[in-house]
Design a protein around this ligand. Structure first.
Ligand code: OSB
Ligand code: MG
Length: 367
């Protein structure tokens, strides 16, 4: 397979409601899509960067720059024929994993479409459908949050994740437990606490949460190991896990007893599978994180979430959780589950008319 070039496309997608976290409020997504054009087929990759470097060091304009300035020229020079060589070719360039992931996913999708094989089949899927969790942002008031959570439970979501930060934590979890009983419940702090908050975070213990996600800063893996000695709620790392290597170290240190795997954060679906394999070998459950993806990223996440070690519901929600209009046929939940796509590659393609209408910029970068 010969890669002829990459189309970099920006798509503006308004959110159905603002999504507030400890690192800011998103009201719309400005999504960077990569389309790999090859002599055999085309493939799509969604870059999961946010516009600002507030969740990870990457940001969308930076991803475009690093792809054009370094990654695509390196791939052109190497003459890559398939997706598995991309990681090695881009290895001399440090980090920028979300940008690398988007290029690798686009080429992998093209390759699989050409061969008529699905992402699910390629990655090692063992389920036809997966249970859906939903990530619920910080809100103006507890009654407003309870309304939102009630709505998601009515829709059938199998697990609720509450975003927390200092001042929006213990009382919020208590209110949700009092109102909704023993639903599957977890929290995500996106690095909003310090080890000095250990006693405070231990006040979450009586609420029988599945886990607390990334309470401390990204580089404080040791701090999470210390925190795990004080807090009974299982600690789950998100931001800190950037590769199979960091995952192995975090597991060894006792810093994480569950792992959130986000393919973009770790450099792609192939590295995500390696982390799944490693965690499973250590008896560590994993679940698939989300980055407010369009239907393209969601399709690939569903394939990953259907691997055997993904034993907890992920942040894989229906299209309607974030978007009134998705760029693919919408993913619609049935009995709290989504079907894993089975068609070639991602199994979905953008709807041309919708994609065109939402596109704000397109650039062609030849290889
Ligand atoms: O920390 O899991 C996170 C969205 C953007 C950036 C970081 C995170 C999130 C979410 C998942 O919480 C939202 C989703 O895609 O369902
Ligand atoms: Mg998180």
């Amino acid at each position: 397979m010969k890669v002829e070039g990459f189309e970099l496309r920006r798509v503006a997608m308004p959110l159905v409601s603002p999504f507030r976290t400890s690192f800011g409020t998103q009201t719309a997504r400005d999504i960077l899509l990569v389309r790999a054009v090859t002599d055999a087929a085309e493939g799509w990759g969604e870059c999961v960067t946010l516009p600002d470097p507030v969740y990870s060091p990457e940001y969308t304009d930076g991803a475009v720059d690093v792809m054009k300035r370094f990654f695509i020229p390196a791939l052109a020079a190497a003459g890559i024929a398939d997706a598995t060589s991309i990681g090695e070719v881009l290895k001399p360039f440090k980090a920028h994993r979300m940008a690398k992931a988007a290029l690798e996913t686009a080429v992998l999708d093209a390759e699989l479409r050409a061969e008529g094989r699905s992402f699910a089949r390629e990655l090692g899927s063992v389920h036809d459908s997966v249970p859906c969790g939903v990530s619920v942002g910080i809100m103006e008031s507890v009654p407003q949050l309870l309304d939102a959570v009630g709505g998601y439970l009515d829709e059938g979501y199998a697990r609720i994740k509450l975003k927390i930060e200092p001042g929006w934590d213990i009382q919020v979890v208590r209110a949700v437990r009092e109102r909704f009983g023993d639903v599957l419940l977890q929290v995500d702090a996106n690095t909003a606490y310090t080890l000095g908050d250990a006693r405070h975070l231990a006040k979450l213990d009586p609420f029988d949460l599945l886990l607390i996600e990334q309470p401390l800063e990204e580089e404080d893996v040791l701090g999470h190991a210390e925190l795990a000695k004080v807090v009974k709620t299982p600690i789950c790392l998100d931001e800190s896990i950037t590769s199979a290597q960091t995952a192995a170290a975090a597991i060894r240190l006792g810093a994480t007893s569950v792992i959130n795997i986000k393919p973009g954060r770790v450099g792609g679906y192939l590295e995500a599978r390696r982390i799944h394999d490693l965690a499973t070998a250590h008896g560590i459950p994993v679940w698939c994180g989300g980055m407010i993806e369009s239907g393209l990223g969601r399709a690939a996440n569903l394939a990953l979430a259907s691997l055997p070690g993904f034993t907890l519901p992920g942040d894989v929600s229906a299209s309607g959780r974030f978007y009134e209009t998705d760029i693919t046929e919408p993913f619609v939940m049935r009995d709290g589950r989504l079907d894993v796509p089975t068609g070639p590659g991602l199994g979905v393609t953008p709807v041309a008319a919708i994609l065109d209408e939402l596109t704000t910029a397109v650039e062609w970068v030849p290889v």
